[in-house]
Design a protein around this ligand. Structure first.
Ligand code: FES
Length: 159
């Protein structure tokens, strides 16, 4: 099976049954990013727990106005980061966060970078892409009100 077919199958499976989809009540951190390139948006909520005196990610959820790849990557990424410290999660780039889907087609790499951006925005707002606009209460409001923009990220194209 080619990488492309393998990716398509994994993408379909992840989109058909996305994990950790939806807003999280009582989240400890939230990060929202919008792509200035494709116009899509993604918000991620994170809840921490104490594990032996260490703060680790208990769970993370997401909402997105993004493509299927963004949904699939956010789904696998929220599973991958559970149990990690924020520092460990921040070490993970878009490639690692999307690894369970296999190599992404070059035109879809920016979708994984959107997920990475939302995670960074939630875990370490200072390291997240520039922008300090207030975050709208819901992702839909952010999407509808483009003047109250969440953090915008310029997605790097594949070299
Ligand atoms: Fe915009 Fe995939 S095309 S996130």
């Amino acid at each position: 099976m080619s990488d492309e077919q393998d990716f398509s199958q994994k993408l379909e499976a992840a989109v058909r049954n996305p994990k950790n989809l939806g807003e999280m009540e009582g989240a400890d951190a939230v990060g929202t990013v919008g792509s200035v390139d494709c116009g899509d948006m993604l918000r991620m909520w994170v809840k921490f727990r104490d594990e032996g005196g260490k703060r680790v990610i208990d769970r993370a959820t997401f909402q997105t106005f993004g493509c299927e790849t963004a949904i699939a990557v956010a789904s696998v990424a929220t599973e991958l980061i559970a149990g990690k410290t924020p520092e460990e999660a921040l070490q993970m780039g878009s490639e690692e966060l999307s690894a369970p889907l296999g190599p992404l087609p070059p035109v879809k790499i920016h979708c994984a970078q959107l997920v990475e951006g939302a995670l960074r925005s939630a875990l370490d707002p200072d390291s997240a892409p520039v922008g300090n606009e207030p975050i709208s209460p819901t992702l839909l409001e952010s999407f509808q009100n483009r003047d109250a923009k969440p953090k915008q990220i310029r997605l790097e194209s594949q070299k």
